[in-house]
Design a protein around this ligand. Structure first.
Ligand SMILES: O=c1ccn([C@H]2C[C@H](O)[C@@H](CO)O2)c(=O)[nH]1
Ligand SMILES: [Zn+2]
Length: 149
């Protein structure tokens, strides 16, 4: 885990400390709009776009369990359908204080469509006090994307 505020990690060099703080805060707060009566596991996500817009999302579950949509895909679809297809960074915050939540496989592939392989993925614990930072390419190596065929 790293304290991103004091991180000099090269992955974050395109972000100001204010953008990073906002991104983390919005991912944590997005959990407030989670609809997760079945798992009772709230997840929030926020995408910072190259137009400097913050697009958040939360998981939305369904009585037919397989119909659940993760926070990451909620945020991704909101961003794309607002005309925001170019992204600088993504942050995710799950409901555990002792663990940082990382995106599921389906979301990784979904994000692949819009993310560069060096886009930072900031995985947070529930209150944002802990973070794991990876490049998107590290989370989905040897991936198949829009330029692959
Ligand atoms: O990265 C993740 C992992 C899980 N979930 C959601 C799906 C489901 O609603 C709940 C439990 O898996 O958490 C997300 O939204 N994002
Ligand atoms: Zn997912």
């Amino acid at each position: 885990m790293v304290n991103l505020k004091y991180s000099t990690n090269y992955l974050l060099h395109d972000l100001s400390s204010q953008q990073l703080d906002q991104l983390k805060k919005k991912a944590v707060e997005a959990k407030n709009h989670s609809y997760s009566p079945y798992s009772k596991f709230r997840v929030g996500c926020c995408i910072l776009t190259k137009d400097n817009l913050f697009v958040d999302g939360a998981n939305v579950e369904n009585a037919s369990y397989g119909g659940a949509i993760c926070a990451e895909r909620t945020a991704a679809v909101k961003a794309v359908t607002s005309g925001q297809k170019d992204w600088l960074a993504i942050a995710i915050s799950g409901d555990r204080i002792d663990d940082c939540t990382s995106p599921c496989g389906i979301c990784r592939q979904f994000i692949r469509e819009f993310a560069s392989l060096d886009m930072p993925v900031i995985m947070l614990n529930s209150d944002g006090s802990q973070a794991v930072l990876k490049s998107f390419g590290d989370l989905l190596p040897m991936s198949f994307g829009p330029g692959s065929f």
